[in-house]
Design a protein around this ligand. Structure first.
Ligand code: 9WN
Length: 446
């Protein structure tokens, strides 16, 4: 698929800009007006990465608003709620999480209502890129000196309170935390969780999406139970009996890549970069030691309750391609796996979220098979990092064409490329802007 020409790119840029501006609420961007009417953590990081090309100051604001919802223990909550949105518009709503009371000991803010769980740490990566887009404006506003201590506290939280196995990797304690909510990789761990009574909650997502595309009611009942247990233990990581505790490859790869970005930020603000680089090095060694599967040529998540690797092959296992300094033999194996029968890079649309050859693969249901734009963007960067310019260029062209054709869909059916989920989805538009910028840079380098 050829890269769209300059005319089409201008059109796409305009359409993507509209999506982001329509989804801007005055201090942050919602992922979608209908389905996700609040601020989400990793969405905002991806959104800032795109926004920086069209509105660098707004991109700074996006991250600052999110960091304003940070807890005293360093965690960045996965949702910062907008108080003007009715409670019934999204479930679980603030009255479920009760952050300002249940989370008081963990330092939850008293004014902003938030969830109590987290999402992948893409933020330092985003902050550094936002700074680089307009360094003069960033310096004028003191952007980096303001965000650095908060980002450092965030990484400290993940590397200490969330290092549940003491193996130098961060654990996720809810399937919403890695962002790949209902991946088949979580099935076994989730099956151990007693579902919450079905009548104890009302899903709002099905008001906006087809039930066949979304997680099942049983999954939801288990998500609710896990979140309730965490809340009822005051969101205290040491005290909560975590029935679900997993070391996820992409969550940790993003932490490592962000730790490198934090080192660059530290250098820019005159702080010590060494500690961040050392932490990145230790975590990279742990990632390989604890999660690399040489036989499969992919990283596997590890279930900390059983202590065993999780056998399913998910796109999460390819994301460590973005880790700076990943040994070349591992990077080459990952590129081979991406092109192999399980993911068929270049032959299907983007990168399927789950192994195409597996029984549990489902081309439509959420993270159980469909291709998502944010993971494609990450794999694209991994390919560029490891000198795979041809494959990266083809993926970029596919991404841009699919983003446009699908009306900035949330995700795609990988075989047909048809859009699924919600349309005018913010990170799809934002990351399209970022890849358009990469195309323009390629043009000017020619
Ligand atoms: C729960 C907002 C979020 C993304 C996640 C995606 C989906 C929420 C949901 O939407 O999760 O956090 O209600 O399904 O799985 O990655 O951040 O776009």
């Amino acid at each position: 698929m050829p890269t769209p020409d300059a005319g089409r790119r201008a059109h796409l840029r305009q359409a993507a800009t509209h999506v982001l501006f329509d989804n801007w609420t005055g201090a942050a961007t919602v992922p979608s007006r209908a389905l996700y009417p609040h601020q989400w953590s990793w969405d905002s990081a991806f959104i800032a990465i795109g926004l920086r090309h069209i509105a660098p100051r707004r991109a700074q604001r996006e991250l600052e608003t999110l960091l304003g919802a940070q807890w005293g223990d360093g965690r960045i909550p996965h949702i910062a709620f907008n108080p003007s949105v009715p409670l019934g518009a999204y479930f679980p709503s603030p009255d479920f999480w009760r952050s300002s009371t249940a989370g008081r000991n963990a330092g939850a803010p008293s004014t902003t209502q938030t969830s109590g769980i987290v999402q992948p740490p893409v933020h330092a990566l985003a902050a550094w890129q936002v700074h680089l887009a307009d360094p003069a404006e960033s310096r004028r506003r003191g952007f980096l000196p303001r965000v650095y201590p908060r980002l450092a506290a965030w990484h400290r939280y993940l590397s200490t309170s969330r290092d549940l196995a003491g193996g130098s990797l961060a654990a996720v304690v809810h399937p919403w935390e890695p962002g790949l909510d209902n991946s088949p990789c979580w099935d076994e761990a989730l099956a151990r969780v007693e579902p919450a009574p079905r009548q104890s909650f009302r899903r709002a997502d099905l008001d906006h999406s087809s039930a066949a595309d979304r997680p099942t009611d049983l999954d939801y009942a288990r998500y609710v139970r896990l979140a309730t247990t965490y809340r009822d233990h005051a969101y205290d990581d040491a005290r909560t009996p975590h029935a679900f505790a997993i070391e996820d490859p992409s969550f940790n790869a993003l932490l490592i890549a962000s730790e490198h970005a934090l080192a660059a930020i530290a250098r820019a603000v005159g702080a010590d970069a060494g500690a961040h680089l050392r932490r990145a090095e230790t975590a990279t060694a742990a990632l390989i030691d604890r999660l690399w599967d040489p036989a499969g040529g992919i990283f596997l998540a590890r279930d900390l309750v059983t202590g065993e690797p999780i056998a399913g092959h998910s796109v999460s296992g390819l994301v460590p391609l973005i880790v700076p300094g990943l040994p070349q033999d591992i990077a080459s194996a990952l590129v081979g796996t991406a092109h192999g029968p399980r993911f068929r890079l270049g032959q299907v649309h983007l990168v399927p979220s789950y192994d195409l050859t597996a029984k549990k693969f489902d081309a439509n249901r959420y993270w159980r098979g469909p291709s998502w734009f944010n993971t494609a963007w990450l794999i694209h960067h991994g390919l560029v990092r490891h000198g795979e310019a041809g494959a990266a260029g083809r993926l970029r062209a596919q991404f841009l064409t699919a983003a446009y054709r699908s009306g900035f869909a949330e995700y795609l059916e990988p075989y047909t490329g048809e859009g699924r989920g919600i349309r005018r989805f913010s990170w799809t538009a934002a990351l399209a802007l970022d890849l358009l910028h990469a195309c323009d840079e390629g043009d000017s380098a020619r």
